[in-house]
Ligand binder design. Structure first.
Ligand code: NAD
Ligand code: ZN
Length: 245
């Protein structure tokens, strides 16, 4: 089976990947859903939305500063490195992620689309000001914009918010071209991300799912590999590397 998958990756015309929180789990960042999910303890549904921020910005900012601290302090794992290697070899054309961490970039991936934004970005709630940060803001006091003095907010997409249209369009263009998609570490329930693999399938392409648990995507995936992303990606990428060297 692995041999077949390796061949498929090498022969693919436009391989894309869709990743989720499970890919960063092996770096020590808790997922939202599933066992030990971050949400069990902190209920992000209550915090990661515009209403919560309007009501108690300090509480929401404290939660984000804590998550930023955590994410900035961990390292990419085997799965992140394997995706970066696949891109370097010219096989993976684009990596679409729901993750708000920057572990794919830190592992060396270049063509990354962050559907849900990034914890590295802070933006103004009023003007167009948006910038990268190396450290989380110290809260309190609430962080404010240099340009207009308004409240700053995390550069992520919250529940109930639209994905930036240009970001979604870029992702759609990639999946429309894809003949194979690897879907790794996502519970495949958050829309519109969860519907991207369906486009590949509709166009006659192949879905390879990597997740220790079943998801709503499992039933339609061509291959569903019940295994951790780090282990699986490594065992796919090593033979690809050998075959191409
Ligand atoms: P999710 O938490 O809903 O699901 C995680 C999935 O990963 C589960 O299906 C689980 O079975 C699987 N999983 C756990 N360990 C795995 C491993 N080692 N290898 C492969 N799969 C593994 O995550 P999602 O689908 O990305 O959910 C969406 C939301 O969660 C996104 O909006 C994202 O922004 C947010 N989120 C991001 C991070 C991050 O940036 N690292 C962390 C938590 C949540
Ligand atoms: Zn501003």
């Amino acid at each position: 089976m692995e041999e077949k998958l390796v061949k498929m990756l090498i022969e693919s015309k436009h391989l894309v990947a869709l990743t989720g929180a499970g890919v960063s789990a092996e770096s020590g960042i808790p997922t939202f859903r599933g066992k030990d999910g971050l949400w069990n303890k902190y209920s992000p549904e209550e915090l990661a939305n515009p209403q919560a921020f309007a009501k108690d910005p300090e509480k929401v900012w404290r939660w984000y500063a804590w998550r930023m601290e955590k994410v900035f302090g961990v390292e990419p794992n085997k799965a992140h490195y394997a995706f970066a290697e696949l891109e370097r070899m010219g096989i993976l054309k684009c990596l679409i992620t729901q993750n708000v961490d920057d572990l794919h970039e830190r592992a060396g991936s270049r063509n990354v689309i962050h559907l849900h934004g990034s914890l590295r970005v802070v933006k103004c709630t009023s003007c167009e000001n948006s910038f990268e940060v190396q450290e989380p803001p110290k809260v309190p006091p609430l962080p404010t914009c240099d340009k207009c003095g308004s409240l700053l907010r995390p550069g992520v997409v919250w529940f109930g918010e639209m994905l930036p249209p240009d970001v979604l369009e870029r992702a759609m263009r990639e999946v429309e071209k894809a003949d194979v998609i690897i879907v790794a570490g996502t519970s495949a329930v958050v829309q519109p991300a969860a519907s991207l693999p369906l486009i590949v399938k509709r166009n006659g392409g192949v879905i390879i799912e990597i997740n220790p648990d079943e998801t709503p995507l499992t039933a339609i995936a061509d291959y569903s590999l019940r295994i951790k992303a780090g282990e699986m990606m490594e065992s796919l990428v090593e033979p690809v590397k050998k075959a191409l060297s």
